[in-house]
Design a protein around this ligand. Sequence first.
Ligand SMILES: [Zn+2]
Length: 478
Amino acid sequence: MLCKNFLYPMLLRYFEEISAIPRGSGHEEGMVAYLSRFAKERNLSFYTDEFKNVLIRLPASEGYECAPSILLQGHTDMVCEKNRGVEHNFLTDPLKLCVEDGWLRAKGTTLGADDGVAVAAMLALLDGASEAHPELECLFTSCEEAGMEGAVGFDYSLIHSRMMVNMDGCDDGVILAGCAGGLRSHINLPVEEEASEEPCVEIRVGGLAGGHSGEDIHRGRINAVKLLGEILAHLLVLYKDLRLISFWGGDKDNAIPREAEAKICLADRDGVKRILSELEKKLHENLVPEDEGLFLAVTDAPSVESVMDRASTERVIFLAAKIPNGVFAMNEDLKDQVSTSRNLGGMFADITGAKAIFLSRSDYDENIDYSAGELEFYASVLRGSCHHSYRFLGWNYAKESEIRSRYGEAYRAVTGNEARVETIHAGLECGHIKHAIPDMDVISVGPTVLNLHSPEETLNLDSFARFFEILLETLKYH
Ligand SMILES: [Zn+2]
């Protein structure tokens, strides 16, 4: 096990080094500087662009000069999520890494194994970890988590490889061979205010697992914004004097909201407390295990002078509660694979207006178009507006793939098992790269990372070492 004894510390060292560099989406300057310095120090040719992408080339090892080159690719940015109450500035602070039972995590924040594992693996390769490999083109893209701006903007005429390994996968037993497309949509509603003298309460929903809005959408986890919306819709039926003051929950289209809170005013505060304590018990009878921390908290809040009027209150609560959400269709050919879904990822409302953000995903372009039309319809009914800020492209499964069979063989050689070939219900940069270079042969792989995009994100260290060994094997074929 050469890998574990010798190369594994190298992988971890690079992972640690990049964990000290702030690299939230849109803030990858530190990574560009680090990677440029890394390439210069090793005399490797490199290229950077205005999107903060970095391409570094590693010449073929001896005997591999004629072997077809391979593009390796991963993103430098990470999702910045922390639990409430955790002191961490993602613009300045290094992550605080710790190891528990063979799993790496960051204290109170996302770990950035998505996609720091790709960055660390490419750095180890560029630093000489592989003795037998063709020319490698290592592409470090930016801003994947906030619109894939790097992968969309990159100049692919620079790439001459026609085989590609994207390393944004999160299950070491899986070779991804396709991904879904998606669309981010925004609904804005105007609201009318009125004066109020009623007492106020604040309702908080928390303790939920959340997760990735594509990969975790079918796991039955509760969306905190939807739940709070449904609670308010229920109270709205019982209390004619209920008025909404503010609503907050989630903030990213690609994460299932874990927390939400609303301020309302109405006369019967004790009634609300009673109803919610009963509801909390009832909800606990039917939760998936990850959501067992669910709580509903009701506290008295100071009175305010202005609240939303009843009609606005109703429209805003409808927006949170009633627009279809979650899984709409499963894949007909591949078992347990979601085909079409929608996630209400965030909502914010006060007496100046309301806004909500959605992410629709599907293997089929026409289902994304339909979802867009449906959201426009709801916005219009609610007397608001809807616009779509960005769309990412899918990558369809190919029956034949040279790089897939190479990686499959390497997987067998290292583990003695067969890798599963799957597609994913999430956007990958592969979709854009495949559109830019249609004859590119693509796979997406990676070590086992759990709870992506949440502060519980964790990387299995054995899997990380094994993944790297499989990668080294894959590069050896020619
Ligand atoms: Zn990623």
